[in-house]
Design a binder for this molecule. Structure first.
Ligand SMILES: [Cu+2]
Length: 152
């Protein structure tokens, strides 16, 4: 009975949110996964200039590995692996995007615990080129959680 009430409530809420908004519209869906092996299932995403993308990221680490947190953040230019690591602070109280990278971030998902799915809608840059994405959890990019958005 409680489930029924919740489902009804959410459909009503959906009907009332039809107004246009400035938020990035939902674009082409791209599913990315990562588990406790600290590698993204996709390390290259191809997109057209200005294309709207909807990233659906799932942390597929086992539920008992509660310390394995992940997210995905997209930057507005390519970072060589070493450069990215030098830019990231060695430790971070907040596991989200470091303050020094916030200005050059195209978008980041929230942090996903094992079994959780998080989403991010954003617009690819109009400039062609390579744009780095990575997991902001300390140490994960260092161990390989990074990839490239290729705009062409
Ligand atoms: Cu991670």
């Amino acid at each position: 009975m409680i489930l029924g009430l919740l489902a009804g409530g959410s459909s009503f809420a959906g009907q009332e949110s039809e107004e246009p908004s400035a938020k990035a519209e939902a674009g082409r869906s791209i599913a990315i996964e990562a588990d406790e092996s600290l590698v993204f299932s996709i390390v290259e995403i191809k997109a057209q200039p200005g294309e709207f993308l909807s990233i659906i990221f799932t942390n597929t680490a086992p539920a008992d590995s509660s310390e394995v947190l992940h997210n995905v953040a997209f930057l507005n230019r390519e970072f060589e692996s070493q450069e990215l690591l030098q830019t990231l602070p060695p430790t971070e109280d907040n596991f989200g995007l470091p303050e020094n990278l916030r200005e050059i971030c195209l978008g980041e998902t929230s942090i996903a615990k094992p079994g959780e799915e998080v989403e991010l809608s954003f617009q690819a840059p109009w400039d062609k080129g390579n744009f780095t994405f990575f997991c902001t959890i300390p140490g994960h990019a260092f161990l390989g959680m990074q990839g490239l958005l290729v705009v062409e």
